[in-house]
Design a protein around this ligand. Structure first.
Ligand SMILES: *[C@@H]1O[C@H](CO)[C@@H](O)[C@H](O)[C@H]1NC(C)=O
Ligand SMILES: *[C@@H]1O[C@H](CO)[C@@H](O)[C@H](O)[C@H]1NC(C)=O
Length: 415
């Protein structure tokens, strides 16, 4: 700014300038205020309670601020919830440990639940196994010491489980590039060639004999990666020495569902940005950064060109293992949606979504027992199961609180 030189400014000029500046900033404020209301209305076509109350009087019942006449906006904390039928949930035996940002793979009746945070300062380095037939937790396997502990990419061919990259260590440490394979019959681990670069929570799936890895965040956990790599694999072994570069995904970022069904690869939801380590923090303390949660759905078919499909009913992230395939549809449980526009708090998702693969359309088919993110979902004998993740603070508060190991199931009846 230029320095103020008194001799060039008379008092009247100053007053005039001040008035002009005040009017300008008021106008700007008004524009910003109404623009933000307008954009809220456009973004959320769902039930929304938004009451700009400009008539607050001195008889304010809250009392203390009775003299302050401030325009207020009331936006219900739960405004992002969608109408959904209730489902009848039954509580099953909880996992041996609570876990957040773990991963899961179902092979027939066995449900392999990997790694995850126990708390922000403690990460698991083992696999818990649940048997849907007996509804009990039956086994625990240690993971290799040099395997990541959360935000893994996972896929299976029905015997071998491929575990790609992920975050190594607690708090907001960065990802590594290592790739492992678990033979679920011998319970032995082996290695595959490392990814070209580390990735945090990449979309991962086996498709047409190749292990595909795309999106996720780069080393700092925050910067979205667009790269897409693949590696030919068979029976837990790599058939190539190096990963092949594929067509990049149109939008990068972590926490997406990646699913192969009907010989097509789908990538659903996710976000750009994530918490990062605070610069210089010796414990890599997590610090919040800007995030954009999206509702995008992308598909690859035999043409190997990314196609854009109808978006989710609302933006949804933290769903990498929150899906099952049932009756030619994809069912997704919970997640996180966009931050509350006023409080800027993270909002969890409490709905169950269904994507119909014949019509490529979405519906909201039910409610979970609470809102919850990074659930690990399975399906057995007509029952939809989920366990783990981080649940909400209560029916009226969709912000995340407790890390859980709870297991629930409901009998699904899809139309
Ligand atoms: C606005 O505030 C006044 C005074 O507090 C109250 O009587 C009125 O009902 C409020 N209007 C709305 C739409 O909430
Ligand atoms: C799937 O479809 C079959 C045949 O229509 C039906 O019997 C079954 O109940 C459906 N499964 C679910 C979970 O709705």
């Amino acid at each position: 700014m230029a320095r103020f030189h008194q001799k060039h400014f008379s008092a009247t000029k100053l007053v005039a300038l001040f008035c002009f500046a005040s009017v300008l900033s008021l106008a700007l404020l008004a524009v910003t205020f109404f623009a933000s209301i307008a954009s809220d209305w456009i973004v959320h076509k769902s039930p929304l309670l938004l009451i700009p109350n400009l008539t607050s009087s001195t008889t304010n019942s809250i009392g203390r601020d009775a003299k302050k006449i401030v325009p207020e906006r009331f936006l219900s904390a739960t405004f992002a919830d969608l109408d959904a039928p209730d489902l009848n949930w039954e509580e099953m035996p909880a996992a041996p440990v609570p876990r957040l940002d773990g991963s899961s793979i179902q092979i027939n009746n066995l449900f392999y639940v990997f790694a995850g945070y126990g708390s922000l300062d403690y990460v698991h380095s083992h696999v818990d196994i649940y048997d849907f037939r007996t509804n009990t937790w039956v086994e625990r396997l240690d993971m290799p010491k040099d395997m990541a502990h959360s935000h893994l990419g996972v896929a299976t061919d029905g015997r071998y489980i491929y575990v790609v990259s992920g975050q190594y260590g607690p708090q907001c440490r960065g990802p590594i590039a290592s790739v492992f394979v678990l033979d679920t019959e011998t319970k032995k681990w082996s290695n595959l060639p490392s990814l070209p670069s580390p990735r945090y929570a990449p979309a991962t799936q086996l498709w047409r004999g190749r292990l595909h890895v795309m999106g996720g965040s780069k080393e700092n956990r925050h910067t979205p990666g667009l790269d897409h790599w693949s590696l030919a694999v068979k029976d837990g072994r790599a058939l190539e020495k190096q990963w092949r570069t594929e067509t990049p995904i149109p939008r990068g970022g972590p926490h997406r569902a990646c699913i192969v069904v009907n010989d097509r690869l789908f990538v659903i939801g996710g976000q750009e940005g994530d918490f990062m380590a605070k610069p210089g923090s010796p414990i890599f303390k997590c610090s919040r950064r800007h995030e954009v949660v999206y509702d995008d759905v992308y598909m690859l078919d035999e043409e190997m060109k990314w196609k854009v499909l109808p978006p989710m009913p609302k933006p949804n992230s933290h769903i990498e293992c929150a899906w099952v395939i049932v009756n030619n549809s994809i069912v997704i449980t919970g997640g996180t949606t966009e931050k509350h526009p006023v409080t800027k708090r993270m909002i969890l998702v409490g709905e169950v979504f269904q994507f119909h693969l014949d019509s490529m359309t979405w519906s909201v088919i039910g409610k979970l027992p609470y809102r919850v993110k990074t659930t690990l979902a399975g399906f057995w004998d007509g029952w939809l199961y989920f366990t783990s993740g981080q649940r909400d603070r209560g029916p009226d508060n969709p912000q995340p609180r407790k890390v859980i190991g709870d297991m629930w199931r409901t009998k699904l009846s899809l139309h």
